[in-house]
Ligand binder design. Structure first.
Ligand SMILES: Nc1ncnc2c1ncn2[C@@H]1O[C@H](COP(=O)(O)OP(=O)(O)OP(=O)(O)O)[C@@H](O)[C@H]1O
Ligand SMILES: [Mg+2]
Length: 395
């Protein structure tokens, strides 16, 4: 296994080489930066597994470096240890506020430095994407749907958006994937077998992740949508879907010119924290009730902290039940602070009919109000993808 790379940032050459040699002796590979700008550049190009960051540097101090590292999607997840002569509580607080994971005060015994490095790296459950993964994932062709709560209509929306995109754009490859092994729903919904997609891949210890191989695992629909399904039957191999594998799969499926839509279920978890930085668009589904709005607000706050801004992040309101006791859209907009792209009208009868027949609502009743809203939303999402990512090469 290649040595994990640590970026050490210090304007003092002596202390830089001292820290570097302590870590090198332990088998880490070291990148060095002598100032803030160089640190930002190295963080982007060297994809370090950890950054040890001095605070007091001329031009740009460590706090500003940390702030910028946290605000860029490519580097937002790299753990940071602030390393400084300053031992003031105020500085420590600022350090944590700008996103440091730990704090060391100079002078530190090499053994303590090593212990902190190991513990931060072990504790860091946030993604550390390898350089090759981060440069190949085709951000811009991936749309992630995630519900603020379970049962909000996330799967229904993802399926209907994919169908609308495929029907209106026959030339494009539209793939709808679910990354929830053992808990797949789409196959049951559409009456197609669920065992040849993700669950099949996970049964192999060293799965082939080439697109050619994955293409054979897709289930085509009459609309043109290609499904990459999860089995609805749990299996012991389900836990092989690590966040890293999910990113690799998304990367392999999102070939140029394709749009990969992923139904990610509800709430945030490690898989989502890894995948979201690669999505050209993340759509949070919210229902107009107080708890759902609160959860959506929390989730969106966390996603924004990952460096994903509102050009790539939005919400869609789904009204599943016709009732007057709902939170008004203006209030939802105020609470969420991201673009609210659509408010889908309630259609309980059509939703049930669609489930009973296994045909997506927009194909079953293309002239209904929710179908018109979903078709419009699919156009808006494609526009947003074009503005934010690499989509549209061949469309
Ligand atoms: N606009 C709508 N009007 C009425 N019912 C709807 C609407 N959209 C979806 N539904 C219904 O709401 C229920 C939940 O939808 P769905 O399974 O898509 O939600 P989900 O968020 O994916 O749920 P889960 O958390 O289980 O994954 C389904 O019965 C679906 O048919
Ligand atoms: Mg679902």
């Amino acid at each position: 296994m290649a040595a994990e790379r640590i970026l050490v940032v210090d304007d003092d050459a002596e202390s830089l080489s001292l820290i570097g040699s302590v870590l090198e002796r332990q088998g880490y590979s070291i990148s060095k930066a002598y100032n803030g700008l160089m640190a930002l550049d190295r963080a982007r190009t060297d994809a370090p597994a950890l950054i040890i960051l001095d605070i007091m540097m001329p031009d740009m101090d460590g706090f500003e470096v940390a702030r910028q590292i946290r605000s860029s999607p490519a580097t937002a997840h790299i753990p940071i240890i602030m390393f400084t002569a300053k031992g003031m509580t105020e500085d420590k607080i600022t350090g944590f506020e700008v996103g440091a994971d730990d704090y060391l005060t100079k002078p530190t015994h090499p053994a303590e430095l090593l212990a902190r490095v190991k513990s931060v790296m072990a504790r860091s459950t946030t993604p550390r994407i390898s350089k090759s993964a981060s440069s190949t994932v085709k951000q811009g062709s991936i749309v992630v749907f995630v519900g603020a709560k379970g049962g909000s209509g996330t799967t229904t929306l993802a399926l209907n958006i994919a169908t609308a995109m495929a029907l209106s754009n026959k030339a494009a490859k539209i793939i709808l994937a679910e990354f929830c092994p053992g808990q797949g729903v789409l196959g049951l919904l559409l009456n197609v077998p669920t065992d040849k997609g993700l669950s099949h891949i996970l049964k192999q210890e060293h799965p082939d992740l080439s697109f050619q191989y994955l293409e054979e695992r897709l289930v085509p629909q009459s609309s043109g949508v290609q499904l990459f399904l999860s089995s609805s039957q749990p299996s012991p191999s389900d836990n092989r879907l690590t966040p890293k594998l999910a990113v690799k799969l998304a990367d392999a499926l999102a070939t140029p010119g394709a749009v990969l839509l992923i139904d990610m279920g509800s709430g945030l978890n490690e898989h989502k924290r890894w995948l979201l930085p690669f999505a050209g668009q993340t759509v949070v589904i919210v229902e107009p009730e107080r708890v759902a709005v609160l959860r959506a607000k929390q989730m969106l706050g966390e996603i924004k902290q990952m460096g994903i801004d509102s050009t790539r992040l939005s919400a869609v309101l789904i009204n599943r039940t016709p009732t007057e006791h709902t939170v008004p859209p203006e209030q939802i907009r105020d609470a969420l602070q991201v673009p609210l792209l659509a408010a889908i009208a309630p259609a309980p009868d059509l939703a049930i009919e669609s489930m009973a027949s296994g045909v997506p609502l927009i194909m079953l009743h293309p002239d209904s109000l929710p179908a018109a809203q979903i078709i419009k939303l699919s156009e808006v999402l494609l526009e947003r993808l074009k503005a934010t990512g690499s989509y549209a090469a061949s469309v």
